[in-house]
Design a protein around this ligand. Structure first.
Ligand code: SAM
Length: 159
């Protein structure tokens, strides 16, 4: 499989999982957290899927397309490992994290802190969506929606 194929599968997985969650946050009051703004594509999709929900976005820099740049009050700039600490207990209805690098050794370092952080950010019964597999006792893997290959992207419910 080429890197282009792999990229397309990953983008498809992101879109299908976010679409799948549309309408499933109704009993959850908290904000949505987007960890990793990047170009702002998934932020833009989240806005479309959840137009009435506050979306707080984290990145070490603001580099998104200008049409997909969050309002300053919803943009938290800095290293996520540090900046997100003050949001522990925010009871997010959904947190999406897309900060994998494609380099196993770098991602292994991220995975020393990310599962614990995500479990602390998401409300009980809320959802965590991640490009990296998160192993944590309070994050229960959910089945993938149709059209998403197993292991391509990850979806959890906070227990
Ligand atoms: N989902 C985004 C989109 O649709 O455009 C793409 C996200 S991009 C793959 C990853 C982003 O996460 C980059 O902008 C990078 O700066 C940010 N990032 C990665 N690791 C980070 C960290 N530890 N702290 C802060 N930002 C980080």
């Amino acid at each position: 499989m080429s890197r282009l194929d792999s990229f397309i599968f990953r983008m498809t997985a992101q879109r299908e999982i976010l679409n799948h969650l549309t309408g499933k946050l109704d009993g959850l009051d908290g904000p949505i957290l987007e960890l990793g703004l990047g170009n702002g594509r998934t932020f833009d999709h989240l806005r479309e899927c959840f137009p009435d929900r506050r979306i707080i976005v984290f990145d070490r820099a603001v580099g998104a397309h200008k049409t997909s740049t969050p309002e300053p009050e919803n943009m938290v700039v800095g290293e996520i490992r540090e900046t997100a600490q003050q949001y522990i207990g925010v009871n997010a209805a959904l947190a999406h994290v897309d900060i994998g690098t494609g380099y196993d050794e770098k991602d292994a370092i991220t995975l020393t802190w990310l599962p614990q952080l995500m479990a602390g950010l998401v409300a009980p019964d809320g959802f965590a969506v991640s490009g990296l597999e998160l192993q944590h006792a309070h994050l229960e893997p959910l089945p993938m929606p149709p059209g998403v290959e197993k292991g391509r992207y990850f979806l959890y419910r906070r227990v």
